[in-house]
Structure formats: C-alpha cells, structure tokens
Design a protein. Structure first.
Ligand SMILES: [Zn+2]
Length: 432
C-alpha cells in the first residue's frame, strides 16, 4: 500500500435540532487516526460560506480534511457512512460529502470555492464542477450540501485565516447547562489580547465562547495561532464536567472573506455579499426598531437603499451621515419583494470622506440686525421688526461641525457573524 493524498469535505450535516458538522469532523478524525493510520497534512478546515443564503443551516459552515491515507477506498467508505449516520437527515439537514484523490486542488474547484463565499450557486453547477475536477461525491436529502462541500474542498485558505479550538462534551452532558466562569473568560481574553477574539462582549457583559443549544460544543475559542487557542484548554476547562475532546480548526472566520469582491449596485443579485464604495445620496432616517435607512449612489449613478440594523450598534453612527459623504460598506443584498425594493444590509461602515455640512439661515436685517423672514421664493426678505425689505438678500450657509469622524465602524461583537472581521484583526491579517 502506498500513501495517497485524500481531500474530504462535508457540509450541512447539522440541523436546527442540534447536530454539528464540526463534531462529526472531530469524530471522523479520531477514528481515522486510530484505525486507519491517517495523517492530517493541514489542520481541519472550518469554512464559512456566504452567510446570506436563506436555506443555509445555522452557521453555514463546512469542513475540509486534507489527509494522507493508506487505503483511500476504506476511508471514503467510512466517511460516507459517518456522514449519513451522523447527520440529521430528515430533520432539516441535506448533507453533501465530496472526495478528491489528488496531490493538488484543481483551479476550477478553487474558483468555485471563491464564488461560494459571496454568491448563490446551484446544485447543478456544483455537479458540473465536481465532474470536471474529478471529485467523487454523495448527497443526501435534497443534496444542497454539495455546494458547501465543494466550497470547502476548493478552499486552500492561503491568504488571511484564523484558528478555532472547539471543545466537545460527552454525550451524557449534552443538553445540560454549560457552566463557564465569566471571570476566567475575561482574564483569558485580556491575557491573550489581541491574539484571541470574540470571547467576551464587554458592552453587553456576555460570554461569547459558549453556544446555547443542545449541541455537543462546550466552547469555541478563536484566535491567530494554534498555540494561542490551545492555551484556552488549561485556562477555561470546566471543573464541573469532563470533556470528550477537542479539535483545532483553521478557518476563514473573522476574515471578511465574503466581502472581498465589489458589488455593482446596478444589477446586484439577491443574497450576494461584497463591498460597495458609494456616496450617501439621501439623508438617513430611523424606522421602527431603531434601524436606519439611507440611499446610496455608486459612481455610475445607480442608487439603492441601504439598511443598518439596530442590534449591530452601527445605527447610531449611520444616522449622522449626510448626503454627499463618501463611504465604503460591506453588504449582503436582501431580496426585493412586491412591497420593498432590493436593499443593501450593511455589515460594516467605513466613512472615507465627510461632505461639508451647513446650517441654512435667513439673512440678517441691515438696518436693525434682526433675522429677516422670507417673502417667498425669489421674492427676497423682509424684517419683522423694522419692516426693511431687501430683494437681493440671500440665505446664509453656516458651516456646521460634523458629529462623526472618518474611519471604520464595525458591529458590536454580539452581532458579529462568523465571518465578521473584528476590529482588533485589522492590520494583523495573514498573507499566507
Ligand atoms: Zn430690521
């Protein structure tokens, strides 16, 4: 038997009832190491795909394993069976699993993967790419999971990336409350700053590393290196229960990978993600719930409304924008309905240039110094007090100081999506 390189990816094994794609990866890797002598040639990859896809599972995460194995056939059989048995098929999961036996990852697969971060891809297109790239695959349920599987399989993650250590509970503890000492999380967070992120939301006093459902994840800690996330184990291990084990994933979480491409407002496709450089073209206004709406205009004159949602914490910034401000926004395109037009859901706001703002005042009376009243459009002004009339008087524009500054505004950690790049990561991105 000679050693072969085998790439494996699976997606959509979980459902709302609480199974978990990363847990399946943890179990599969444990088995393959012990029973098949398999070696991982990279950390298991946890790849988050376009978060705007409406039919996604909770986090739209897929897993890819790059392995060296003795007997690829047996490994493929084992994984296929594990995905089928370990998925919540029938209660919302539509898993796909994909295998590639090759030393390299074909270009068309890499291209498909890049699109899967920000676009809406069909199962048919996935099948076509799989065939062209020599990928074997199995699908269950409606098979939508094939898109995510290929998206992960083709993702080399050779640019910016992060790590997440995920610790798992023993089956008998799943569903019980997770006891995590808030003070230890705060201390860990401070001790490892800026190399771990989203452990704790200071603004809301909330621990972010633990999920809340019945799934087998005890906690997940995200950071810049395998070593720093591994240090969470001694620092945060629960005293109340014994854990089942843990895996360190390499991931595109916290990288804004889905926002890399530029969206053209004219013809923007529903559910796609990207960024838009534009001018604010209408005064922002608040709607019920504290959300803020404003219109933006791209350099070709195309306009679209943009929405900043209250829970992101960005609404209080957006309301201070003025027509003419130059901004860049990370967005997801919300589908239009019969009642509402297509809208850009804002994920981050970068204020590039502030337009000068003015208060517009009526002219002052030359005779007595009181502010005059308009006589109507183009009819000049008259003074209330001394009745002096001036047909040539003009409105006065008084420069007003802006209440916001140029710079980057991102959502509060509690409102972060898996892919949202936290503020502390700006400037420390990896290039390989
Ligand atoms: Zn007067």
């Amino acid at each position: 038997m000679h050693v072969q390189t085998l790439h494996v990816a699976f997606d959509d094994t979980d459902s709302r009832t609480g199974r978990c794609t990363t847990h399946l990866a943890f179990k599969v890797v444990e088995h393959l190491k012990k029973e098949e002598g398999a070696k991982l040639v990279d950390y298991p990859l946890l790849i988050r795909l376009n978060p705007n896809i409406p039919w996604k599972t909770r986090g739209n995460g897929a897993v890819c394993l790059r392995l060296q194995v003795q007997d690829a056939g047996r490994v493929i059989d084992h994984i296929r069976q594990a995905v089928e048995e370990g998925s919540a098929i029938g209660s919302g999961a539509n898993p796909g699993v994909a295998f590639l036996q090759s030393d390299s990852v074909p270009a068309e697969l890499q291209k498909f993967s890049a699109l899967a971060m920000c676009d809406v891809l069909s199962r048919q297109m996935a099948e076509k790419v799989a065939k062209a790239a020599g990928v074997q695959y199995s699908t269950f349920g409606n098979g939508q999971g094939l898109v995510g599987s290929l998206g992960a399989l083709g993702c080399l993650l050779d640019g910016d990336h992060t790590y997440e250590l995920i610790a798992y509970r023993k089956p008998e503890n799943c569903g019980l409350p997770r006891v995590v000492d808030k003070e230890r999380v705060i201390k860990f967070s401070a001790d490892t700053y800026p190399n771990t992120f989203n452990n704790y939301d200071r603004n809301h006093g909330r621990v972010l590393i633990t999920p809340h459902g019945a799934d087998p994840v005890f906690f997940g800690v995200r950071g810049e290196s395998p070593e720093v996330v591994a240090s969470a184990l001694p620092a945060l291990q629960p005293l109340e229960e014994e854990l089942d084990g843990w895996t360190i994933f390499r991931s595109n979480q916290g990288t804004n990978m889905h926002l890399q491409n530029e969206i053209r407002v004219a013809g923007a496709k529903a559910y796609t993600a990207g960024h838009v450089k534009c001018r604010v073209s209408g005064k922002p206004y608040a709607i019920e719930g504290g959300h803020v709406i404003f219109t933006v205009e791209q350099d070709d004159g195309a306009e679209m409304p943009a929405a900043v949602y209250e829970p992101t914490g960005l609404a209080k910034v957006a309301i201070k924008l003025e027509a003419g401000d130059l901004i860049e926004i990370g967005v997801g395109v919300r589908k239009g309905t019969t009642k509402h037009p297509k809208i850009l859901n804002v994920e981050y706001l970068s204020v590039l240039e502030l337009a000068p703002a003015f208060d517009v005042l009526n002219p002052v009376c030359k005779m007595c110094g009181k502010r005059m009243k308009s006589e109507g459009r183009n009819k000049g002004y008259q003074c209330d007090r001394c009745k002096h009339r001036d047909v040539n008087a003009k409105k006065i524009f008084v420069p007003r100081e802006r209440e916001i500054k140029t710079g980057l505004y991102i959502p509060t950690p509690k409102a972060h999506r898996h892919l949202t790049k936290p503020l502390q990561r700006y400037g420390i991105e990896k290039s390989s």
